[in-house]
Design a protein around this ligand. Structure first.
Ligand SMILES: Cc1cc2nc3c(=O)[nH]c(=O)nc-3n(C[C@H](O)[C@H](O)[C@H](O)COP(=O)(O)OP(=O)(O)OC[C@H]3O[C@@H](n4cnc5c(N)ncnc54)[C@H](O)[C@@H]3O)c2cc1C
Length: 389
């Protein structure tokens, strides 16, 4: 049976110094009060334009981020390649809405597509749809609220920007993943993504939508997306994640008094997640599946489904993915077994990727004082190295 226990494979790319830095980092971010204080301090520093680069860059940034630019990510891409792991360069600047920032994001994302077309170790491009218009417009269109003339123009601009990215991906034969964020933006995003899928996925899967399985309605959304793909004769690109914004979703639903869109508990999220994988592997003739998770069961489960359906480990329609700096034990052990694995490799200026980094620290805070999984794996590998001297 596939095992994720081999820390020698998992940390082969990390020297002793890297491991020591990672141990210190995960010890710090395992401390809930330290993370809460760090988040407040960072927000304060940003608000008052106090530089944080000198603390953030050599520590948390280096662990979770590839570099400030595409070319700065090169060393990490090559190092992943040595272990048979691919990289997906993700321009992770978040929360900007000015036209200049939108154009900058467009420019950077186009560059990632051209870069992927040239680099066999970069099999996908990716973008966050909120980088390409205002939240106000996404929210209003998604809720079916009437738009002003200016907002209408902006909604159309969004459509054209996404279309330009998908068309460039198609022209360069680079599959493109479109991330999912807050549920109140998603109706309009879905609409635009499926328009592009219909256009560009006729011969093969180029455009992928993301399904956040912590949402109660996403299994049905997957089934409908599959039916639409059959009816219109295109291939469905389906990326799965559990979802990163649970607290925000629940808080907004409570505040505005609508039913919580999130599953009642973790077991339900897990159930739908694994059910979605089962559905896709069962309909693999029409779907390319991208399993974006740090969950060992869901990663192993997909390998079992692939075996049941006699799919080769490197079937080009089956992908596994983790974030850079997390769950290397899953990524590198899967890759060493011959599965298709790609790490999301975020890049961008230190200040602009802070929201991404804050999410990663929150994801890694400890539950009831337990040693987090990342930390115990790092410690296990350090001990193995000590004993093998
Ligand atoms: C390659 C990749 C791409 C990603 N892209 C996106 C993206 O586009 N959009 C996005 O939102 N996130 C994205 N993420 C982040 C992802 O959503 C989180 O990493 C993920 O939620 C962590 O869950 P997990 O599958 O690793 O497994 P686990 O650690 O087993 O699950 C944790 C998750 O379960 C869910 N959960 C926890 N408690 C409960 C509860 N009480 N009730 C209901 N559900 C619960 C939450 O989603 C929580 O994050 C991506 C992650 C990866 C690896």
């Amino acid at each position: 049976m596939l095992s994720f226990e081999n820390t020698e494979i998992a940390f082969n790319q990390r020297n002793n110094k890297d491991l020591k830095r990672a141990r210190l980092l995960f010890r710090m971010i395992g401390n809930n009060s330290l993370v809460a204080a760090g988040k407040k301090l960072t927000q304060f520093a940003l608000g008052f334009n106090i530089p944080v680069d000198f603390i953030v860059k050599p520590t948390i940034y280096t662990h979770f981020v590839g570099g400030e630019t595409i070319s700065e990510c090169e060393n990490n891409v090559r190092s992943l390649e040595k272990a048979g792991v691919k990289a997906i360069l993700d321009y992770s600047v978040e929360g900007k809405e000015s036209l200049a920032e939108i154009n900058k994001a467009l420019d950077e994302t186009l560059k990632t597509i051209y870069n992927a077309a040239e680099d066999t170790n970069v099999p996908f491009a990716v973008f966050k749809p909120t980088a390409f218009t205002t939240r106000n417009v996404l929210e209003k269109v998604s809720a079916g609220i009437e738009l002003t003339e200016t907002e209408n123009t902006e909604a159309e601009n969004f459509r054209q920007r996404v279309n330009r990215l998908c068309r460039t991906a198609y022209d360069n034969n680079v599959p493109i993943l479109i991330d999912a964020e807050d549920s109140w933006f998603q109706n309009f995003i879905d609409k635009v993504v499926y328009e592009n899928m219909e256009r560009f996925n006729q011969e093969k899967t180029i455009v992928f939508n993301t399904f956040q399985m912590y949402r109660r309605d996403r299994l049905d959304a997957l089934r409908s997306a599959y039916q639409a793909a059959i009816a219109k004769g295109y291939y469905l690109g389906a990326k799965f994640v559990r979802g990163a914004y649970m607290e925000k979703e629940r808080a907004r639903a409570a505040e505005k008094g609508y039913p919580d869109p999130i599953q009642p508990d973790k077991v339900s999220t897990d159930r739908d997640y694994n059910e979605a994988l089962k559905f896709c592997i069962g309909h693999i003739d029409r779907i390319t599946v991208f399993n974006g998770t740090h969950n060992e069961f869901s990663s192993r489960y997909m390998t079992e489904l692939m075996a049941e359906h006699n799919l080769p480990k490197n079937d080009p329609r089956c992908w596994f993915s983790q974030l850079f700096g997390m769950s290397d034990h899953i990524s590198f052990n899967l890759a060493s077994e011959g599965y298709n694995v790609a790490k999301y490799l975020p890049f961008g200026p230190v200040k602009s990727v802070l929201p991404y980094l804050i999410r990663r620290t929150e994801e890694n805070t400890s539950i009831a004082g337990q040693t987090g999984r990342e930390l115990s794996l790092i410690m296990k590998e350090m001990e193995r190295r000590r004993n093998s001297r």
